[in-house]
Design a protein around this ligand. Structure first.
Ligand SMILES: Cc1ncc(COP(=O)(O)O)c(C=O)c1O
Length: 430
């Protein structure tokens, strides 16, 4: 691949863009058929039509999978395929796949179990964690009488420097929990370097990763980043709400955890998982593989999946570049008077498709309302919210408008957003 494509991304062809838009519900309109640009995918992404249909089809049947008849066996196969698809997505074998109602619950469970069994007098996390992992770490450090060490953020990159985390790790670190990419700035953390350098200090260190934000944007490969637990949320990854999905290494799965006595030692589900959710998740895998088949002739599932995620990453990078720098005919956000782009790291390969912007004459809440009047859905991240306060304050910010499109958007959608933003930036009456 050409260096310029890696740096600036590559838009889908018209054929692929058409295929992608058609695969999802409500990409260009809202529920009431009103034209809109939905740029709040970090709060919940567009849904694949197939996910919605397949979920409904499977949810309609009353059968319990733990039976011998045909439908029950079919449901077991669906569950096994879903788990296998998740392992394929992570490029990992073995371990335990665990579902909870939310990714937050799965993270709380993982942190509690590791905190109960790991040795060491401190736990390390970062200031950019979502509350689900930060609060789990804080509460469990307090409960187990450990020191909580928190790595600070970098205002220039919008992320966390590897060295900042590593400087907090020592022989007495029981657990490191780290976010894959920030849901405020979009900055990706260098998980590969963090894991390898941390394990040089403590080879058997437990590492958990929150990949909820990052997973829909790029390839994850646990052969390069061998962590002990990782969580995702299908509703931010083209699927439905109702399931948090986690993978646990064999050694974490075997730690003492809530379980029914008769189940195998490494089994984590308490009660019956929902086969319809697994079927829905399987459709996410199918979609990405289908997309990948535009780029590879390989019939192998992981190759297709990787090719699909790479296409998504490159298209989104090209959208990010266009948002920031515009085109010959449209001014990008970086040059727009009255607009600040926060945490604007120049290296786009280190960023997922999320932007934090601010209008000089409009506070973020007012800006979100003005966007809404113009058919654009974005979200304010403000320091009065428990979901944003710690992260924003670490950057010295009070609030921002979070702009989070998805690969389902075209260059034309970005241009439309830019001209609406330009109009708002120029309107002194607002
Ligand atoms: C980075 C990150 N982690 C975790 C979560 C929690 O996911 P869930 O809503 O499934 O609990 C979110 C949701 O906003 C998130 O953005």
């Amino acid at each position: 691949m050409a260096i310029s494509e890696i740096k600036k991304g590559k838009l889908f062809t018209d054929e692929v863009m058409h295929h992608v838009k058609n695969a999802f519900h409500f990409v260009d309109t809202d529920l009431n058929n009103r034209r809109r640009l939905f740029f709040d995918n970090a709060g919940g992404s567009f849904r694949l039509k197939k996910c919605v249909e397949t979920y409904a089809r499977l949810a309609a049947t009353p059968d319990c999978p733990e039976r011998l008849h045909d439908t029950a066996v079919y449901l077991q196969d669906i569950q096994n395929n879903g788990q296998q698809g998740f392992r394929m997505m992570l490029n990992v074998e073995g371990g335990t796949v665990y579902t909870a109602l939310t990714a937050s619950k799965a993270m709380f469970d993982m942190v509690r179990v590791v905190s109960d069994s790991a040795s060491g007098s401190n736990m390390v996390t970062t200031v950019l964690e979502h509350p689900s992992s930060y609060d789990a770490m804080e509460q469990n450090a307090r409960r187990t009488g450990r020191e909580l060490r928190v790595a600070g953020s970098n205002k220039a990159t919008g992320g966390i420097d590897v060295g900042e985390i590593i400087s907090l790790i020592d022989q007495d670190t029981a657990l490191l929990s780290v976010i894959y990419a920030s849901n405020i700035s979009g900055a990706k953390l260098d998980i590969e370097a963090i894991v390898s350098q941390a394990r040089k200090i403590k080879p058997d260190l437990y590492v958990l990763v929150d990949a909820v934000q990052h997973a829909p944007h790029d390839v994850i490969d646990l052969t390069k980043t061998p962590v002990d637990g990782i969580s995702i949320a299908p509703y931010k990854f083209f699927g439905n709400r109702g399931m948090g999905l986690a993978w646990l290494s064999d050694r974490v799965a075997a730690l003492t955890h809530d379980k029914l006595n008769g189940k195998p030692d490494r089994y984590w589900d308490v009660g019956s998982a929902d086969p319809a959710q697994y079927a829905m998740f399987g459709e996410i895998i199918n979609y990405v593989c289908e997309l990948g088949s535009y780029a590879t002739d390989s019939a192998e599932q992981r190759s297709q999946f990787v090719a699909g995620m790479q296409m998504i990453a490159l298209h989104e990078r090209a959208l990010l570049a266009r948002l920031l720098d515009g085109t010959d005919t449209t001014i990008g956000l970086r040059k727009l008077a009255n607009v600040d782009v926060y945490l604007d790291h120049q290296d786009l390969t280190r960023r997922d498709l999320i932007l934090a912007i601010n209008f000089k004459h409009l506070d973020p809440v007012a800006a979100v309302k003005e966007y809404d009047k113009r058919g654009v859905t974005v979200f304010e991240r403000v320091n009065t919210s428990l979901y944003s306060k710690r992260m924003l304050e670490s950057f010295g910010l009070q609030g921002a408008v979070r702009v989070s499109p998805l690969h389902c958007h075209s260059a034309g959608d970005v241009d439309e957003f830019l001209s609406i933003t330009q109009e708002m930036a120029a309107d002194r009456q607002l």
